[in-house]
Design a protein around this ligand. Sequence first.
Ligand code: IPE
Ligand code: IPE
Ligand code: MG
Length: 255
Amino acid sequence: MPEPSYIPETLAGVPRSAWPGHIAIIMDGNGRWAEACGLPRIEGHREGAVNVPRITQEASRLGLVQLTLFAFSSENWRRPPHEIAFLMELYREYVVRERPTIMDNRIRFTTIGRRDGIPAHVLAEADRTTEMSAGNRGTVLCLAVNYGSRREIADAARRLAERAARGEIDPAAITEATLASHLDTAGMPDPDLLIRTAGEMRLSNFLLWQLSYAELWVTEKRWPDFREADLHQAMRDFAGRERRFGGLPAESEGA
Ligand code: IPE
Ligand code: IPE
Ligand code: MG
């Protein structure tokens, strides 16, 4: 990917080498945003969906390697049927409407999560956007839809066990990399930075394996109010963090 020259004022002085490559976002607070406006919850989802292309375009302009967005969890099926139906329709509209922008910005669209439960006509449109953009070499946009991390890990364990039972792999040879290559996120880098909007200090079953060493950044702002400047602020704060990965601070090494 060519190094983009775009550096927003809000990131001035933060060297590109200190930027996160992969940002994951738990897009939370649509319901509370609507409630605060005296609107039904679905209006919050509508406004939240409007915000997705805004933040995606910014990620692309910044030249991020990947942006992963939590759109619908495997637990969100517990919501009222009309809310679920509305979210599915928003998803379908989104993958159709955004095709030109995705192609113009050379974004590669992809998804993680299980297909079952998602209406076939919605899957068909999402697949079309995935296939159409498969050759793009810009920012990867990964939507987590009907995604749950524990289920993803259990699925990976089952697939590995099946392969072992067939004699295709030696159980003794299973490593972290083997397991990672059986997750939905196989081949993707781990997120460097996790952003959660709307203040909750939890992961809600999102990328439990992949976020092991991500820096966490939580804002009180609800997803429909989250803007480019908030993304920049998270990146700026990220750049100031010291990632140790279990080791010692760089300056004390060998001391
Ligand atoms: C996030 O907003 C969107 C989805 C989970 C689909 P919420 O709908 O969870 O909003 P709050 O948390 O109720 O405010
Ligand atoms: C997490 O938000 C899922 C998405 C943003 C898609 P939730 O609103 O479902 O999480 P909880 O229920 O507050 O943990
Ligand atoms: Mg929520």
